[in-house]
Design a protein around this ligand. Structure first.
Ligand code: PA5
Length: 445
């Protein structure tokens, strides 16, 4: 595990004394995390999770994954937000965005219950037809509408296909240790359950059973992932801020934010990291976007998006900075062949690898965007693998907590998420929401 923060492309945007000036604020924010004395400190379980996880449950996760691999063609993961993004990010990051289409001896994995789209659900239901499948429903609260409705549909399908007893063997539930409808229901039915720890919120939960079961089903080495996170914890939790890249990243984005760079774009040159960016967007968006404050987290995959959003980044409103994930070594190598006729004029690339060309595109873009007034922070990793996934998760979680405290918000709540839910419940006629329903209807007329 080795992540490096490279500040080469911040030259001219941040002077060295600017970090010194806010060092005391960063120090205080970091202390709030370490001493567990800041807002939302009841949700700091992720800080020690990489070294302090439930070994018995970890073994059960592996055993369940092995059973699912054996008895299923398809594994359906039902969850939304923090109850799905991390697992999907890990599978695409460590295996491939085309995981389901690749030759493999592990089940296809589909993510359901992360929208209310009937088409999205119908497609997955069709994919399950005539194939053996298992379901993992993940919801900390056990009450979130999207996964709850989706689970009802899959449960009834499983019971029809395998009978109540057979379905029981194919339903895995990840939820609160003791409370919530889903927990009550699972106990009654006798489903195998896994725990979302009380002190870990959804968006910080990828290294709990929430993420680990789907990740293990995909055949990914979860021991290596936890080790990567544990190494990162050792490095970033103990280093003084002057030598601490996670805290430094929090400081740099805070400085840029205060200079009017209110949008942060997470950039990668690997489509395999696209879902990682979705996970990162939830982490930062939900943690910091409150009290009318916070950077707006966005993402792109280059060079793909250089041909769409690239124009805006180069020359639109100067309100953004980029954080680039740079994987120095390729996971796969493709060499550009020579063409004796050189009909396409591309022989200057003969013998080069696509990885070299990709990284050259990155260097060219870094300079171009700098010239266009866009600061760039580089986070370098040796390669995309389990260990670096675990390390990046820990790095960004710690930086997010420090950054949230520097901003003066509680990085562990998400009160804003409730607003749409209340309106939706009222409009759908959920008991207890009658007054709100009447108020909304009055606004419609
Ligand atoms: O980070 C969070 O807490 C949220 O995004 C939740 O993960 C999301 O709302 C799903 O909640 P639950 O797991 O309770 O269904």
């Amino acid at each position: 595990m080795a992540l490096t923060l490279n500040e080469t492309y911040l030259k001219g945007f941040i002077a060295e004394n600017e970090t010194e000036k806010i060092a005391h604020i960063a120090e205080a924010a970091f202390d709030l995390v370490k001493t567990r004395s800041g807002a939302g400190s009841a949700f700091l379980g992720w800080v020690d999770l990489p070294v302090n996880y439930d070994r018995e449950e970890f073994a059960r996760v592996k055993a369940a994954a092995a059973r699912i691999q054996k008895n299923s063609d398809v594994f359906v993961v039902i969850g939304i937000g923090g109850s799905y993004l991390g697992a999907r990010a890990a599978i695409e990051f460590c295996r491939s965005p085309l995981y389901n289409n690749l030759k493999k001896d592990t089940p296809d994995i589909y993510f359901a219950g992360n929208s209310i789209s009937p088409s999205a659900l119908s497609d997955i239901l069709k994919i399950c037809e005539g194939r053996d499948f298992c379901v993992n429903v993940i919801s900390k609260s056990g009450t979130t509408t999207e996964p709850a409705v989706t689970f009802r549909i899959f449960r009834s399908l499983l019971e029809k296909k395998y009978g109540e007893e057979g379905a029981k063997e194919r339903i895995f539930v990840t939820t609160d240790r003791a409370k919530g409808k889903l927990k009550e229901f699972s106990t009654e039915k006798g489903y195998e359950t896994f725990v979302v720890p009380d002190d870990i919120g959804g968006r910080y939960s990828v290294l709990t059973a929430v993420g680990l079961l789907p990740i293990a089903v995909a055949g990914i080495d979860i021991d290596a992932m936890m080790k990567g996170a544990a190494d990162a914890r050792e490095k970033y939790l103990n280093a003084p801020i002057a030598e601490n890249d996670a805290v430094r990243y929090a400081m740099l984005r805070n400085i840029l934010y205060n200079k009017g760079k209110t949008i942060e774009i997470l950039v990668s040159y690997e489509p395999a990291a696209q879902m990682f960016a979705e996970w990162w967007k939830q982490l930062y968006g939900e943690s910091e976007g409150k009290d009318n404050k916070g950077l707006y987290p966005s993402s792109v995959v280059f060079s793909t998006d250089l041909h769409s959003l690239g124009q805006y980044v180069q020359a639109g409103l100067r309100t953004m900075f980029e954080t680039v994930l740079d994987f120095k070594n390729a996971s796969d190598e493709v060499v550009i062949p020579d063409d004796p006729v050189n009909i396409d004029g591309l022989n200057f690339l003969s013998g080069k690898t696509l990885h070299d060309v990709n990284r050259t595109a990155m260097t060219g873009t870094l300079f171009a965007h700098n010239d266009g007034g866009v600061p760039n922070i580089l986070i370098e990793a040796e390669k995309r693998d389990e260990s670096n996934f675990g390390a990046l998760v820990y790095f960004f979680e710690l930086a997010c907590a420090v950054s949230g405290y520097m901003l003066g918000v509680n990085p562990f709540d998400q009160p804003g998420v409730e607003a749409y839910k209340k309106n939706m419940y009222a409009l759908l006629g959920k008991p207890g929401y009658e007054e709100q329903k009447a108020a909304l209807e009055a606004r419609m007329n």
